[in-house]
Design a protein around this ligand. Structure first.
Ligand code: MGD
Ligand code: MGD
Ligand code: SF4
Ligand code: MO
Length: 752
């Protein structure tokens, strides 16, 4: 029996855990009090992690699919050798545009992504598709314009705010903010602080709120515009902040003054007095912040919504201050920057779609594979993702993936996507290797947690670092050993903090530019050999801590790390390797905000022409068609769903069917009672569901949970495959993020 530290991998909070292990199993899971952010906090889902670690559908060996659809076991050498040959052949014949990558990390595993991104470079492809581009790329695009770079990501200081506006998010279940349930309880208990929730459903969070605005679905853009209109008309905006820190307000102000407030409030079906009260309360609070999520990012006007929620805190000056919204620094770069106005970012062949933050949207992928053009996508890798179930239109994905000349899936389990692959490569689980995430989104204090492996890799499974490095070797991109670098890595770290090694690495890469894209694997194979057992794959962090410590040296020192200009990065690196409960990596000051802005004038550029045009067009926007009687929110976060991370349905303590929730009055009209079977049909497809009555819903809406529909041990799917109902074209016209929370459907009883 051993006790050890790790982190939960089920959502972006990655709470620190203290675990007890007996005979290769978790027997006890608690919060880790030493973790610098979560400080002992966990939710009920973490206790079930044994169902992720040990289950019957874990992959144990590389598999190759035969013509009849069955899989045979092959060796790593055979699998990677054949994959390398086929990739090279496709690259030579069709060029890099024939290759696409999907995924690269889920809720707990982003170190693997550092390695997998070398493969698209080897393939000379920029086509990276990711689930982030079905939720957050509208947000990133707006950040790019406001702050000058799409990596300028904002966070919210809920803990210190007097007034918190939650729009389209349910942190009680979904988390997304530090120690959500404690933070909500603190807000609720303090009479001096106000919590407002905008949600069509009386969610668990809404039940705790001072004010719940039970908005008509899909009308948040109208609500936020009405609030902004009220704020400028009543002169509640922060003139000093706007003139010192922003540009473009005069133009924006004209637009906001023209908002037909009464008309817009009416569209939301909220009471005008409530909207006024919230607009005034928010604008006049000492410190206020906005926290949003999928409820406005996956519904009508999603990119505009991202712009408007940011305007709420910017126009009121609740930015770059305690209790407001803030920029933060990243150690592990979760996202990139790709301004579509520059030519260098390739557009896709069929939809002519551009990347945002370097990512392409899953909604267009089936068309990019299935179209008849010579420049279609022919080969793909999918890693840490199950797009057949999680991207819009499952049937379209099944058809398109069936046409690929080569599909390789890297996963820990046999997923719906893996079942379609030519090769399935078994990854070691997140507790069988050192891992970390780039979800380090706090400000002013920011932490990083490198987890170490708790178990040996299952059977022949390998960490992604090893899989992709071996593949690059098979492709002839890099040699297997780097003797000079290996020698230097071992010689001097205690004395000079890796200075010699980093110098030699830079010289090697300058001499061999062909190797530059593969710095991660080179670090792994050289420096990695000198690190503690299992930590080799964390070697690329030395490069990242070096860059981070140069850029944010004062903040890194404030967090307690010591070193000079050359050695501070190595000191941070060593702290990260050694501290098993996570490391405080930086303590910024609120003044750092202005240097985190990328525009050369260090100001926020408020007027975004595309958004102002869409904002104006809202006035004449029709209420979307009423051919379908219900609006389905396809993908609710509940107490027992966690994306596709669990496959064994036994992990759930409740809601085994993933019920369709419906207002009792609607259910009665349809002749449906609790537990009845019903069909839910959209323009795209149909699923059969079990009904649960829930008077927290608005009439005319229904909800289905995210994260169901997996097959386990060749069973029929457990719970609804919700993306059989969603459509590729039902998405934001600019960023192509899907409207998963606004799916028009019919609901009818099923004869039993
Ligand atoms: N338990 C659990 N937690 C999770 C996950 C999980 O699978 N399960 N997944 C994680 C991931 S990947 C993500 S991205 C986050 C997502 O986290 P959230 O976005 O917070 O969760 P959701 O339940 O998808 O949607 C939030 C709320 O939006 C509301 N909503 C729907 N339509 C509208 C609308 O038109 N306007 C407004 N204002 N609200 C609307 C819904 O009623 C819901 O309460 O959760 C993370 N946490
Ligand atoms: N209709 C609808 N669709 C949605 C949503 C919705 O609300 N409604 N939500 C969307 C959102 S916000 C998100 S984030 C996506 C999530 O959907 P996906 O991008 O598909 O991601 P996950 O569900 O996290 O899938 C994780 C996969 O990684 C595998 N895995 C776990 N550990 C490892 C590992 O260490 N290595 C490797 N290689 N694999 C591993 C798991 O077995 C699983 O197959 O779904 C999206 N789809
Ligand atoms: S699922 Fe719960 S315990 Fe796990 S990281 Fe998220 S909030 Fe923490
Ligand atoms: Mo997500």
């Amino acid at each position: 029996m051993t006790t050890d530290n790790t982190a939960c991998i089920l959502c972006s909070r990655n709470c620190g855990l203290t675990v007890t292990i007996e005979n290769g199993r978790f027997t006890r899971i608690r919060g880790d009090d030493e973790h610098p952010v979560s400080k002992g906090y966990i939710c009920q889902k973490a206790a079930r992690l044994e169902h992720y670690q040990n289950h019957a559908d874990r992959l144990t060996h590389p598999l190759q699919r035969l013509a009849d659809g069955s899989f045979v076991r092959v060796s790593w050498d055979e699998a990677l050798g054949d994959i390398a040959r086929r990739l090279i052949a496709i690259r030579e014949k069709h060029g890099g545009r024939a290759f696409a990558f999907y995924g690269g990390g889920g809720q707990g595993n982003h170190l693997g992504g550092i390695y997998s991104q070398q493969l698209h470079k080897a393939m000379q492809s920029r086509f990276v598709y990711s689930s982030l581009a079905q939720e957050k790329t509208g947000d990133f695009w707006v950040n790019g314009r406001l702050f000058g770079h799409q990596t300028c990501h904002t966070t919210e200081d809920v803990e210190h705010a007097d007034y918190v506006l939650f729009i389209g998010t349910n942190p009680y279940q979904a988390h997304g903010i530090p120690n959500a349930r404690d933070a909500l309880r603190d807000l609720q208990r303090d009479p001096a602080r106000t919590m407002v929730v905008v949600d069509p459903r009386r969610s668990e969070t809404a039940k705790q709120a001072d004010i719940h605005l039970q908005i008509r679905p899909g009308t948040d853009a109208f609500l936020m515009l009405a609030m902004l209109g009220i704020i400028v008309r009543e002169s509640l905006h922060d003139r000093d902040f706007l003139s010192r820190r922003c540009q473009g307000f005069a133009q924006l102000e004209q637009e906001l003054l023209a908002v037909p407030i009464a008309d817009y409030v009416q569209r939301t079906e909220l009471a005008a007095a409530d909207v006024e009260r919230v607009a005034r309360g928010f604008a006049t609070a000492r410190a206020a912040c906005v926290r949003i999520d999928l409820g406005i990012q996956q519904t009508l006007h999603s990119t505009l919504n991202s712009y408007l929620e940011k305007l709420l805190y910017l126009v009121t000056g609740n930015f770059g201050k305690r209790g407001g919204n803030n920029l933060h620094s990243f150690l592990l770069p979760l996202i990139g920057h790709s301004d579509e106005r520059m030519q260098k970012y390739p557009r896709t062949a069929h939809h002519r779609m551009f990347p945002i933050s370097g990512l392409y949207p899953p909604n267009i992928l089936p068309d990019e594979i299935a179209h008849a053009g010579e420049d279609r996508i022919r080969a793909m890798f999918v890693d840490s993702s199950n797009p057949v179930l999680t991207a819009a239109d499952t049937a379209a994905y099944e058809r398109a993936f069936g046409k690929l000349e080569l599909l390789v899936v890297v996963d820990v389990a046999m997923t719906e996507t893996a079942r379609m692959a030519h090769y399935v490569l078994p990854a070691a689980s997140q507790f069988e290797k050192w891992e970390a995430v780039g979800f380090n989104l706090e400000f002013p204090a920011n932490a990083f947690h490198l987890r170490h492996g708790l178990f040996p890799p299952l059977a022949e499974s390998l960490p992604e670092a090893e899989i992709y490095t071996r593949l690059l070797e098979k492709m002839g991109e890099i040699p297997p050993r780097f003797p000079l670098l290996e020698r230097l890595a071992g010689l001097e770290p205690q004395i000079t903090g890796h200075v010699l090694f980093l110098g030699a690495l830079a010289a090697t890469l300058a001499r061999k530019p062909r190797w530059q894209p593969y710095a991660a694997s080179i670090l792994y194979r050289s420096l990695g050999r000198t690190l503690p057992e299992g930590a080799a794959l964390a070697a690329p962090l030395l490069g990242l801590t070096t860059v981070y410590s140069r850029r944010h040296s004062a903040a890194v020192r404030r967090a307690g790390h010591r070193g000079n200009k050359l050695t501070l990065g190595a000191a941070l690196f060593r702290a990260i390797i050694e501290r098993r409960s996570g490391t405080l990596m930086s303590t910024h000051t609120f003044d750092d905000t202005w240097s985190l802005i990328h525009h050369p004038d260090r100001r926020i550029h408020l007027a975004i022409p595309e958004m102002l045009a869409e904002l104006r067009a809202l006035a004449s926007a029709a209420v979307p068609g009423a051919d379908f009687p219900f609006i389905l929110m396809a993908g609710e976060r509940r107490s027992y769903n966690a994306n596709q991370i669990f496959r064994d349905p036994a992990w759930r303590k409740v809601d085994r069917h993933g019920a369709l929730r419906l207002h009792p009055a609607d259910a009665q009209k349809l002749g449906l009672s609790n537990g009845a079977r019903a069909s839910c049909r959209s323009a795209t497809g149909e699923v059969e569901v079990v009904v649960e009555l829930d008077d927290n819903l608005r009439r005319g809406t229904a909800t289905l949970p995210h994260g169901y529909g997996q097959r386990y041990r060749d069973s029929t799917p457990t719970g609804p495959q919700i993306n059989r109902l969603t459509a590729a074209a039902h998405c934001d016209p600019l960023t192509r993020t899907p409207f998963h929370k606004y799916v028009p459907v019919h609901i009818a009883p099923v004869a039993t």
